[in-house]
Design a protein around this ligand. Structure first.
Ligand SMILES: Nc1ncnc2c1ncn2[C@@H]1O[C@H](COP(=O)(O)OP(=O)(O)OP(=O)(O)O)[C@@H](O)[C@H]1O
Ligand SMILES: [Mg+2]
Length: 400
């Protein structure tokens, strides 16, 4: 589709996209904090007026990067420019009281915490290894000391409970401060980190959960997993997407617009076709694609000979087409499938290349995720922030 054929987004649509940009210090999105002063659209160029609490705010580079990457996914957009402004003392105090209010509202812990990085593992077609990537990535992040939520959004075709060896039924509990019982994720310790997992495969017609899940609809199920689960603190939420696109992804885009998509592909599929499907998928939902993972890249036999069973170059071609990085190439290894069947992700037990590639991808993701509390804040905000009490991402997990 040519640029011209795509209609310009409305100002409201642009503001909606910008709701995915979180001010890391204030823990809320820049639109609802009142930092987006103006939106101007002309000839493929979007100009955003952003008011900072202080002109020289050191978080400016991060905010700029986030604004760009959120808006550039729109096919109409050729350029994003930002006009920086500064708040008046009155506006600054308004923003602080909003942040304070938000901190209070979020205190109930009924949803995905604002500072958790959300990664949805998606693909243009089924059977390429989304679930295998999900569980290995989650396990590798946890092995690095992170607290990692795993949401199995493949509602009818769930495989996460088996792949993580976590078949136990989910329980719902009344949590202090919540009006209704919340689902308690099943937990598994990994090194100094923790996995917190929910899946429809962990549900049963038990007293606690039956009512909650009766007449469940697809999009509704994911919504419940996002809203009615007592996630508690999370560094990451990794979401195993169902094959194809559609409802679940649109639901995610609406409820968690800051979701980053990681696209899994095999070199098998004609790179061009997958690229178009994946790029389309991102465009339709306005989610950001933050990387490509090639799975089933090649098979190396016992004699050391490598066979690219499904061809070569699909991952790289897709990454180039979308303009993101190829985060890793996972070879075909029987231990990946065996680990999935045994409930022990290969990244935790394996010594092969697949295990080390999964670990490398996790390390790249961690390196690419800002530790909010390590960011230099705007000094003039510090006092007010301390009283706001905004939760920041922890650099260490609290588990024993
Ligand atoms: N790198 C690999 N080496 C060997 N086997 C693999 C590898 N990746 C995935 N598999 C196996 O391929 C099959 C499909 O993988 P998986 O279930 O992860 O794909 P999926 O994209 O989640 O599928 P679906 O679209 O059905 O949800 C599984 O049996 C899995 O164990
Ligand atoms: Mg799957």
């Amino acid at each position: 589709m040519s640029q011209r054929a795509v209609p310009a987004p409305s100002e409201d649509e642009v503001r909606n996209l910008l709701r995915a940009v979180i001010d890391p210090e204030l823990g809320h999105n820049i639109v609802d904090l009142g930092m987006v002063d103006s939106v101007t659209l002309a000839d493929g160029v979007i100009t955003i007026g952003v008011k900072l609490t202080i002109r020289g705010c050191p978080l400016r580079a991060q905010i700029q990067k986030d604004i760009r990457s959120r808006l550039e996914v729109h096919p109409w957009v050729t350029k994003v420019t930002i006009d920086w402004g500064e708040m008046t003392p009155e506006e600054r105090s308004n923003v602080m009281s909003k942040a304070r209010w938000n901190a209070r509202e979020n205190a109930a812990d009924t949803a995905v915490p604002m500072n958790a990085r959300v990664l949805a593992i998606a693909s243009g077609k089924g059977g390429v290894g989304k679930s295998s990537v999900t569980v290995n990535l989650a396990a590798a992040l946890a092995a690095s000391g992170k607290t990692v939520g795993v949401l199995d959004a493949d509602i009818w075709g769930f495989s996460v409970p088996r792949m993580l060896g976590m078949p136990d039924r989910l329980e719902a509990q009344k949590i202090e401060g919540s009006e209704k019982p919340l689902i308690i994720p099943n937990e598994r310790k990994v090194g100094s980190g923790l996995l917190k997992v929910v899946s429809t495969g962990m549900l049963v017609e038990s007293e606690g959960t039956a009512l909650m899940w009766r007449g469940l609809m697809l999009a509704k199920a994911v919504e419940q997993f996002l809203n009615d689960v007592h996630w508690g603190e999370l560094d990451y939420l990794v979401i195993d997407m169902p094959p194809g696109t559609g409802d679940v992804q649109m639901g995610l885009a609406r409820m968690l617009p800051r979701t980053d998509l990681l696209i899994v592909t095999t070199p098998a599929v004609s790179a061009q076709k997958v690229a178009i499907r994946a790029a389309d998928m991102a465009r339709r939902s306005f989610l950001r694609v933050s990387g490509v993972i090639e799975n089933m890249s090649s098979f190396t036999c016992d004699h050391g000979e490598s066979y690219p069973l499904f061809g070569v170059g699909g991952g790289q071609a897709l990454a180039e087409e979308i303009g993101v990085e190829l985060l890793g190439q996972v070879p075909i290894e029987p231990t990946v499938a065996a680990g999935g069947d045994a409930g022990e992700p290969v990244v935790l037990s394996g010594t092969g290349i697949a295990a080390s590639v999964f670990a490398d991808i996790a390390a790249r993701i961690i390196a690419d995720t800002p530790e909010f509390e390590d960011m230099a804040g705007c000094s003039a905000r510090d006092e007010s922030i301390a009283s706001v009490g905004v939760t920041v991402r922890r650099s260490q997990s609290p588990q024993a």
